[in-house]
Design a protein around this ligand. Structure first.
Ligand SMILES: Cc1cc2nc3c(=O)[nH]c(=O)nc-3n(C[C@H](O)[C@H](O)[C@H](O)COP(=O)(O)O)c2cc1C
Length: 227
């Protein structure tokens, strides 16, 4: 895994805590490997405190990126280590063994999550199934109680396609961003919002994301990842 300044700070915190727990002196070879970033994944398991999280997201118009960034900030603000990865970017440089927990996030277009996030989940299903790993599914169907079963059906399909069974799932409302749509997309969205009665009076952009629900989800996720 590539290490940046954030990782260095996180590793220093870990090493300070290792010393406090006597790990540096009891296991000098482990301590040296930690310093070189070789076995970062085992650190949270040892300390039971700091979790190293990988967030991978798929987005088409940008709302899921905004959500993934909020999750990353929430995790980092709570004192944990986090790396954010766009599923469209090559993942060859990512070593999943160095992470202790995972959040995948994707949005729904015509009843499907992004191909890139499906591919990532499929390629790494074994590692994800063996870890504390959560899925955030962003759609307009998730915004209304009456259509939440539809939002759940998108996730069910994602799970059966990828073979990854997330330990936690969050259905989250997305956004309407008319400036981002071409003619075809605009017609599809108009049809969706008409069916769901979600359109604003003047047809302008609207955000349906429940940020409080997302913050509670971050707390629950970290609790589970630490245990
Ligand atoms: C062309 C198009 C098709 C969509 N299809 C669905 C759909 O089938 N079901 C749904 O609940 N939401 C649908 N949506 C709503 C998106 O899931 C929502 O706008 C979301 O915020 C997009 O997230 P993103 O900005 O991260 O791509 C669609 C949106 C667009 C533009």
């Amino acid at each position: 895994m590539q290490t940046g300044p954030h990782d260095t700070i996180a590793l220093d915190v870990l090493l300070t805590q290792s010393r406090r727990h006597g790990l540096g002196t009891a296991r000098p070879e482990l301590y040296a490997q930690q310093r070189h970033g070789i076995i970062q994944r085992s650190i949270p398991a040892i300390l039971g405190e700091i979790v190293n999280v990988l967030i991978v997201y798929g987005t088409t118009e940008g709302q899921t990126r905004k959500i993934a960034e909020r999750v990353a900030k929430g995790i980092s603000d709570r004192g944990h280590s986090v790396e954010l990865h766009d599923s469209l970017e090559p993942d060859a440089g990512l070593d999943l063994e160095t992470f202790h927990a995972f959040v995948l996030a994707g949005s729904v277009h015509q009843e499907q999550h992004q191909k890139a996030i499906k591919n990532f989940a499929t390629a790494h299903s074994e590692r994800l199934n063996a870890s504390p790993a959560a899925f955030v599914s962003v759609s307009l169907s998730a915004a209304l109680e009456e259509t939440r079963s539809e939002a759940q059906s998108y996730v069910d399909r994602f799970v059966s396609l990828t073979g990854w069974q997330p330990r936690m799932t969050l259905l989250l409302g997305g956004a309407l961003r008319f400036a981002e749509y071409d003619y075809f997309q605009e017609q599809v969205v108009k049809f969706i919002v008409m069916r769901r009665g979600l359109a604003s009076e003047d047809g302008s952009d609207r955000e349906f994301t429940d940020w409080h629900a997302l913050d509670s989800f971050i707390d629950d996720f970290l609790e589970r990842a630490k245990s």
